[in-house]
Design a protein around this ligand. Structure first.
Ligand SMILES: Nc1ncnc2c1ncn2[C@@H]1O[C@H](COP(=O)(O)OP(=O)(O)OP(=O)(O)O)[C@@H](O)[C@H]1O
Length: 253
């Protein structure tokens, strides 16, 4: 069974222009999918719908076969434990007044996860490449890349099956970006990953499948290597032509 499905979803922020039009997408357990498109193509909007933060005007979104319904609080709490998100900006996404322990443990508290939170936070910090002692410090004591590791730790601490990443490496310098992509690659071996990006190169390095969004519609989708080797849609061809050199998985490892 698929982990998450979007069937024929359309959405607009108000009457008038549609932001997403007849979008269908299936996320299987273990999938790594790159969602690519120019600014304004609707990537973040699709992510918001997937998280249940907005509801489609038409079509259906299901998680493990159950339709997402923000009014069903018990289901949404179970769903939030299974699907977590990392945003672009590691500076604004962490509360500067809270210690790292409190930031990472927040989903454990709000999702009422049982168990030893201190142990879980320590293990998760180590899983993202930070020392467990980081728990006692504040966000300003860390670099941008380290903050993004902290944001990733908060997203994975409750053991989600799906990680959604919205431009999660775009704000980082090149070396840090490669390290965080490597971390996401490692994590993707134990959870599904939907990686939203305008950077085809990073998607080529990280994602087995690629979905290309153009003005709210899926222009092309398939195995990343096949789509990039033989782009059929003119939009994909243009997008690829604008990428001077792709960073392939081999080249970055
Ligand atoms: N809250 C909102 N209210 C009204 N329109 C919005 C809202 N959020 C986004 N839009 C519009 O919806 C369209 C899609 O925006 P969205 O942020 O989903 O695109 P995106 O592909 O993620 O872009 P970017 O790469 O720049 O983040 C844009 O035209 C945008 O102006």
């Amino acid at each position: 069974m698929s982990l998450m499905r979007i069937d024929n979803v359309s959405f607009g922020y108000g009457p008038g222009r549609r932001v997403l039009e007849d979008v269908s997408l299936e996320i299987a357990p273990g999938d790594t999918i790159g969602l690519v498109g120019e600014s304004g193509s609707g990537k973040t909007t699709l992510l918001r719908l997937l998280l249940g933060l907005a509801r489609p005007d038409s079509g259906r979104i299901t998680f493990e076969g159950t339709p997402l319904d923000p009014r069903d609080r018990a289901f949404m709490r179970r769903f939030r434990r299974q699907a977590q998100v990392v945003f672009q900006d590691p500076y604004s996404s962490l509360d500067p007044r809270q210690k790292i322990f409190s930031i990472i443990a927040e989903p454990l508290r709000s999702l009422r996860v049982e168990g030893d939170h201190a142990r879980l936070v320590g293990e998760t910090l180590e899983a993202v490449g930070l020392d467990a002692s980081a728990a006692g410090r504040y966000p300003h004591q860390f670099s941008g890349g380290q903050r993004q590791r902290i944001a990733i730790a908060r997203a994975i601490v409750a053991g989600p099956r799906l990680l959604l990443a919205d431009e999660a490496v775009s704000a980082l310098d090149l070396t840090t970006r490669i390290r965080i992509v490597e971390l996401l690659e490692r994590l993707s071996r134990r959870m599904s990953l939907l990686f939203v990006s305008h950077d085809v190169g990073v998607v080529a390095a990280l994602c087995r499948r690629i979905v290309i969004l153009e003005k709210g519609r899926i222009a092309e989708a398939g195995e990343t290597a096949a789509v990039l080797a033989n782009p059929r849609h003119p939009y994909t061809q243009r997008l690829l032509a604008s990428v001077p050199r792709l960073t392939t998985k081999e080249a970055s490892s």
